[in-house]
Design a protein around this ligand. Structure first.
Ligand code: F6R
Length: 608
């Protein structure tokens, strides 16, 4: 995820910006850049890759500039490259801008600006904004920024410089964090406290819809309607490590907790529930092939494979196209049959998993159209696929994948609906499902409030040696995922099964010592799952059930219940995954495991 740092004061700004950027490295990035004002001109340095690359270009120069902005970019629009790195400058070279967030209407704005003669250097959404500010500039940067922001749809945290107004940095926020650090005769801006906390602990947080002008000794703070805001200074007293993890003990917990936001980001501009339409920009050039698709193959490993299994239910139900989900590692070596009009989709958080990449190449070599669903923009799988959908879930640091899973399922739902809309699936049904999808972030938020309850259940079972996870229908892959989460971070043996499959073997394991986690939310298999619960109960197993909020029936049959809100049954896996992530997290944490870096595991498996 991108990072913003800015400074105005008396210090030499280059070392300060570089240090601030390094403090934000943990967020993940693929390029970086800084812009300084010196002698009424910009000095601009940008590099792809690590901040050390930027340092190499600067070659130890501290320079004399004492106002500047810096950015780490985590690509969303356009691959990681020097041209796409921030800061972006206006056509006349007088304005420099850094931006976190996504501008949704950038393509309309870009077209309009190009018609007026603005020259675009990059593929980014951000560059549109800097030209738009130039378009409105009439000698007052704040006014130009205000007018530009009023034309913008989407999210932003921005910092803007103008060479003719070198005594100020203009900042604004909507949906992307920004904080002003207050010093003496100097002020700081950042998207992340970690970038500035070593210089000041007195800060003012901007809220959505707010702007400000930061000068050496003042912060003028107002909103889009130009009403002045007087907000108290907050004193920060937690340490850097806590700040990087957003106050959470582990990145994994932070990533679980940020899912309402990441899910919102995943569907932004794509799920148009008001008109019942899905728009996926990365597939626009492939719509004809998708219309003719007769078979879909989903290729992935681990958690991504589990999201593929959920996708299978959705695509077959809504688009009525046969789907095969394959472990990428098996697919690549089994001489697969790929008939004409097959679309193969590699699903990968990192976009670098060796087996998934090899499976994608294998499918393409056998004439399938190779697409991808990836989180990391510009990763190898994203580059080698012929179209795709990014998750926009932000950098995932915890080795155990959490937010990527729920975003993958969300993207697969959108993809399934896109296929369905090409096949005359009724628009009012698409509308209804998209409406349900739009509710998901707030429902996830409600589930996250159960954290304490889930922690109490975790305390009871943290010493268990085995766990069984059972579910049916689209929740069955979540049972697999719940078991995977638990085993990888707690080292407790856990297995996931389709609930009905239990009596074909695993039922032999059931006794008093075996906790069985059931996902038993209401859908067409609900009654069947109750029967499976009865089977476990009658053999003395202990039942932990994830149920709908208003369910009384299963309450009677279970030892512990976790109640969650309901939504469209096909979308329930996004919700049912959350309590299982929390359960695994708390058990692992209670056992004192190294949650973010479990033994023997790597975040990105780039070997076979
Ligand atoms: C489990 C986990 C792994 C990954 C798998 C594939 O929590 O993270 O199972 O899902 O290694 O990785 P990606 O999605 O990066 O291809």
């Amino acid at each position: 995820m991108c990072g913003i740092i800015g400074y105005i004061g008396k210090r030499k700004v280059i070392p300060l910006l570089l240090q601030g950027l390094k403090r934000m490295e943990y967020r993940g990035y693929d390029s970086s850049g800084i812009a300084l004002i010196h002698d009424q001109k910009f000095q601009l340095y940008k590099q792809k890759g690590r901040i050390e690359e930027l340092e190499k270009v600067l070659n130890g120069t501290a320079g004399d500039a004492s106002v500047g902005i810096g950015h780490t970019r985590w690509a969303t629009h356009g691959e990681p490259s020097v041209l796409n790195a921030h800061p972006h400058t206006s056509s006349n070279g007088k304005i420099a801008l850094i931006h976190n967030g996504i501008i949704e209407n950038y393509s309309e704005l870009r077209k309009a600006l190009a018609k007026k003669g603005y020259k675009f250097q990059s593929q980014t959404d951000t560059e549109t904004l800097v030209h738009l500010i130039q378009e409105f500039y009439e000698g007052d940067l704040v006014n130009a920024v205000l007018r530009a922001l009023r034309r913008l749809e989407g999210t932003y945290g921005i910092a803007v410089l103008h060479v003719d107004e070198p005594d100020r940095i203009v900042v604004a926020r909507k949906g992307s964090p920004l904080v002003v650090g207050i010093g003496e005769g100097e002020n700081f801006i950042a998207s992340d406290l970690a970038a500035i906390v070593e210089y000041t602990r007195d800060v003012i947080f901007l809220e959505d819809g707010e702007l400000g002008t930061v000068t050496t000794d003042n912060f003028h703070h107002f909103n889009l309607e130009e009403s002045v805001i007087k907000r108290k200074v907050t004193h920060i007293d937690f340490n850097l490590d806590q700040i990087e993890k957003g106050g959470y003990k582990h990145f994994m917990l932070k990533e679980i907790m940020e899912q309402p936001q990441t899910l919102e980001n995943t569907m932004r501009g794509r799920a148009l529930d008001d008109i019942g339409e899905v728009r996926l920009g990365g597939l626009i050039r492939r719509l004809d092939e998708l219309k003719d698709a007769e078979r879909i193959m989903l290729l992935a490993c681990g958690t991504s494979y589990h999201s593929g299994l959920v996708g299978e239910y959705m695509i077959e139900e809504w688009a009525r196209i046969p789907v095969e989900v394959e472990y990428a590692s098996e697919f690549r070596y089994r001489n697969p049959i790929i008939p004409p009009n097959t679309v193969a989709i590699a699903i990968s958080q990192s976009g670098e998993t060796a087996d998934t990449l090899a499976a994608l190449r294998e499918a393409q070599a056998r004439n399938a159209l190779g697409l991808s669903i990836v989180n990391t923009v510009g990763s190898t799988i994203a580059r080698e696929s012929e179209g795709g959908i990014y998750l926009h879930a932000g950098h995932e640091i915890g080795v155990a994948s959490t937010k990527a899973f729920t975003s993958q399922v969300t993207v697969l739902a959108l993809f399934a609906l896109l296929l369905a809309q090409q096949r005359d699936f009724p628009t009012d049904k698409i509308k209804e499902i998209l409406g349900e999808l739009r509710r998901i972030p707030s429902l996830v938020e409600r589930i996250l409030k159960k954290d304490r309850e889930i922690f109490e259940i975790a305390k009871i079972f943290s010493r268990a040696s085995n766990f069984l996870y059972l579910a049916r229908g689209p929740n069955f892959p979540v049972a697999l995922e719940g078991a995977l989460k638990l085993k990888e971070i707690s080292y407790i043996h856990a297995e996931g099964y389709p609930a009905a499959e239990m009596k074909h073997g695993p039922i032999a394991l059931i006794d008093r010592m075996m906790p069985v986690v059931f996902i038993a939310t209401r859908d067409k298999t609900y009654k069947k799952v109750i029967a499976n619960i009865e089977e476990v109960r009658s053999r003395g197993g202990t039942i932990i059930a994830v149920v709908n909020e208003d369910d009384e029936e299963i309450m009677e049959l279970s030892d512990y219940v976790i109640r969650i809100p309901s939504c469209h049954p096909m979308l329930m896996p996004i919700l049912t995954a959350i309590p299982l992530q929390l359960l695994a997290y708390h058990i692992a944490n209670l056992l004192g495991r190294d949650v973010d870096k479990p033994r023997n595991l790597a975040k990105s498996v780039t070997v076979e």
